[in-house]
Design a protein around this ligand. Structure first.
Ligand SMILES: *Cc1c(COP(=O)(O)O)cnc(C)c1O
Length: 427
C-alpha cells in the first residue's frame, strides 16, 4: 500500500474525510474528551452490541424457559448462529467454529484434546514471550497427563526481546515435538507470525499446531482454508468489541472432528440425543462436540450484535484501515517524536505486524500515567512499552494526530516527572 503522509492537522482531517470506515464512529459509544487507544485490551461498546444484549435480555424477561425455543431455537443454537458470522473473519466453515469459555478454558480444551504424549513425542513448543495464561493452561494439562512441565515445555527464545524468528521455531520442530501453540500476533511487539509457513512446516513433521488469535481476530483477516491449523482459540473483548469477559471462540479443523473431546459436557452431545439424558456421551459430529455447558447468552449476545458491523464493512477493509492508520501513527512518531527518546518496537512491514503500535520509551510507565491525565487511554506493558491501538472501527486520524501532540508535550513540559515510578495495579 502507498503510505505517503504529511504532518499537520489539516492533513489528518483530510485522511478522515477519505476514510470509508469513518461513519462507524457513530455506532460506538465514544467519550468526547477521550482518545481511546486501548482497543487491543478492551474494545469499545457499540450500539449494535447493546441492542443485541438488550434484545436477549428482553426475551429472557418475557419468555423465561421458553427463551431456548424462541425465534426457532436461536438462543439454544447461539454458538452456531454466531459461528456463521465469525466465519468470514478466519475463512473457515461454520461447523469448525464454536463460541464458548475464555481463551484460558479453550486452551485447556485444546490441550486436553490434542496433547497426546508418547514416549518419543511429548514436547510442547511455545515462545518465551507468550502471555502467561496460555502457559499456565498448558502446564496444568501437562501435569494432568502425568508429565512434568519442565520436561515438556520448550520455549523458543527471542533474539531481540521483542520478536520470535520463524526460523528458530521451525528449527526446533524435532521428532520429539507433539504440539505447538503460538500467538498469531505477539501481545507486546505486535509481531504477526507467518502462520501459513509455520503451520505447514509443523504438519510436514507430523506435529499438531494451534494458534492463539487474541491479538489478531477482528484486526487481521486469517485464511484458515490456506493456513489449515489443527485448532485455534481467541477472545472476543479485544478487537472484536464484544465487552469485558465476552464469550471466547474456538476453531477445530474438520480433519480433527473424529477425535474425542478432551473435556466433555452436555452441550457437546449431539442435539438429537442431548435431552435423552443418557450417561453415555454421544459427541456431536463437528466442532460443536467440543462445547461444554449451557451457552452464556448475555456474554454472547454483544458479540452476535457487533459482528453485524464487521460483516457490514468486511474484515479486509478493517485491515486496510488498520494498516494505514498505524502506518500514519508510525510516520508521526518517526518524524516528530524520535528526538524525544521514543522508538517503535513493532516490525514495520505490513505482513509482519498486527493492529497496534508498540511505542518504547525509557520513561514509558510515567508517560502512560501522564497520557491518562491528558485524556488518552493507552495501555502499558512492562518494562518500557506503551501499546497504542488506533482501532480501525472507531479511531480517527485526527485523534492519532492529537495523540502524537500530547506525547510530545508530555516530554517537552516534563509532565511525566510529576508521577511516581512506583507501580500501581493495572489500569
Ligand atoms: C488477552 C489474552 C489472553 C486472555 O485470556 P482470557 O482467558 O480471555 O482471559 C490470553 N492469551 C493471550 C495471548 C492474550 O492476548
Amino acid at each position: 500500500m502507498d503510505y505517503s503522509f504529511r504532518d499537520g492537522l489539516d492533513f489528518a482531517k483530510e485522511l478522515d474525510r477519505l476514510d470509508t470506515l469513518h461513519y462507524l464512529r457513530d455506532r460506538f459509544y465514544l467519550n468526547e474528551d477521550e482518545i481511546y487507544m486501548d482497543g487491543n485490551s478492551l474494545g469499545l461498546c457499540s450500539k449494535d452490541a447493546e441492542e443485541a444484549l438488550l434484545k436477549a435480555f428482553n426475551v429472557w424477561r418475557k419468555e423465561a424457559i421458553k427463551i431456548w425455543g424462541a425465534e426457532n431455537g436461536r438462543y439454544f443454537s447461539f454458538s452456531k448462529i454466531i459461528a456463521e458470522k465469525l466465519k468470514p473473519l478466519i475463512n473457515a466453515d461454520t461447523e469448525e467454529i464454536i463460541v464458548m469459555g475464555s481463551i484460558t478454558t479453550n486452551i485447556h480444551q485444546a490441550a486436553a484434546t490434542f496433547y497426546q504424549p508418547t514416549k518419543e513425542r511429548y514436547k510442547i513448543v511455545v515462545d518465551e514471550l507468550n502471555f502467561p495464561t496460555d502457559i499456565y493452561a498448558l502446564k496444568s494439562i501437562i501435569e494432568l497427563k502425568g508429565y512434568k512441565p519442565e520436561d515438556v515445555l520448550t520455549k523458543i527464545k527471542s533474539r531481540d526481546g521483542r520478536t520470535i524468528s520463524e526460523e528458530d521455531i521451525i528449527s526446533r520442530m524435532n521428532e520429539d515435538v507433539a504440539l505447538i501453540l503460538l500467538p498469531s500476533v505477539l501481545y507486546r511487539s505486535a509481531q504477526l507470525l507467518d502462520m501459513e509457513l509455520i503451520t505447514s512446516e509443523a504438519h510436514k513433521r507430523g506435529i499438531i499446531i494451534g494458534w492463539d488469535l487474541a491479538h489478531s481476530i477482528g484486526a487481521v483477516p486469517h485464511d484458515f482454508k490456506k493456513i489449515d491449523p489443527d485448532f485455534a482459540v481467541w477472545c472476543s473483548y479485544k478487537y472484536l468489541n464484544a465487552g469485558p469477559g465476552a464469550t471466547a471462540g474456538m476453531y477445530i479443523n474438520k480433519k480433527n472432528f473424529h477425535k474425542s473431546a478432551g473435556l466433555k459436557g452436555w452441550f457437546g452431545n449431539k442435539d438429537e440425543s442431548q435431552f435423552l439424558m443418557s450417561h453415555d456421551f454421544d459427541q456431536d459430529k463437528d466442532a460443536n462436540g467440543w462445547l461444554l455447558g449451557t451457552h452464556n447468552i448475555f456474554s454472547m449476545a454483544p458479540l452476535d450484535g457487533v459482528l453485524n458491523l464487521f460483516n457490514e464493512v468486511g474484515i479486509e477493509n478493517v485491515r486496510k484501515k488498520s494498516l494505514h492508520i498505524t502506518a500514519y501513527l508510525m510516520f508521526l512518531i518517526n518524524t516528530k517524536l524520535s528526538k524525544y527518546g521514543y522508538s517503535i518496537g513493532n516490525p514495520r512491514e505490513d505482513h509482519r505486524r498486527g493492529g497496534h503500535v508498540c511505542l518504547e520509551h525509557d520513561e514509558a510507565y510515567r508517560i502512560s500515567l501522564a497520557l491518562r491525565d491528558n485524556g488518552v487511554i493507552p495501555d502499558y506493558r512492562e518494562p518500557n512499552v506503551i501499546r497504542l491501538a488506533p482501532a480501525a472501527l472507531y479511531v480517527s486520524y485526527e485523534e492519532v494526530y492529537r495523540l502524537v501532540d500530547i506525547l510530545e508535550r508530555i516530554i517537552v513540559d516534563r509532565a511525566y516527572e510529576n508521577y511516581s515510578l512506583k507501580r500501581v495495579t493495572v489500569l
